[in-house]
Design a protein around this ligand. Structure first.
Ligand SMILES: [Zn+2]
Length: 103
C-alpha cells in the first residue's frame, strides 16, 4: 500500500461502496470481492488497475501508509470501519489465530 497513490476520484469512489453507520458499528463493504471474505477495491485507470483489499484501503485512508497486515477487531472480513481495524505483524497474527483455535 505504501506506493499506491489514491486519487480524489478513487477515494470518493471507495466511500460509495461503504455502508457507513455509527462510529462503533461495522461499516460493510458493498463492492466487489467474495461476499464471505474481504472486500476488493480497484484503484487507478482501467489499463493499469490495482486490486487492493478494501479494509486495507480504509486503514490507509484513516491512518496513512502501511505495508503490515491489517486485522479486524470485530472479526467481520467485509467491515472497513477504521475504528475496527488494527495493524499487526505476521507473527502476532499467527499467535492470535492459535489462541482462537484453542478457545
Ligand atoms: Zn467491524
Amino acid at each position: 500500500m505504501t506506493d499506491v497513490n489514491l486519487s480524489k476520484t478513487d477515494i470518493e469512489r471507495f466511500w460509495t461502496f461503504v455502508d457507513r453507520k455509527g462510529p462503533d458499528d461495522c461499516w460493510l463493504w458493498t463492492g466487489g470481492g467474495n461476499p464471505k471474505r474481504y472486500g476488493h477495491f480497484s484503484i487507478g485507470p482501467r489499463a493499469i488497475t490495482i486490486t487492493a483489499l478494501a479494509h486495507r484501503v480504509s486503514y490507509f485512508l484513516a491512518y496513512g501508509a502501511t505495508d503490515l497486515q491489517v486485522l479486524h477487531h470485530c472479526d467481520v472480513p467485509r467491515c472497513v470501519n477504521p475504528a475496527h481495524l488494527l495493524l499487526a505483524h505476521k507473527k502476532l497474527i499467527v499467535s492470535i489465530a492459535k489462541r482462537k483455535q484453542s478457545q
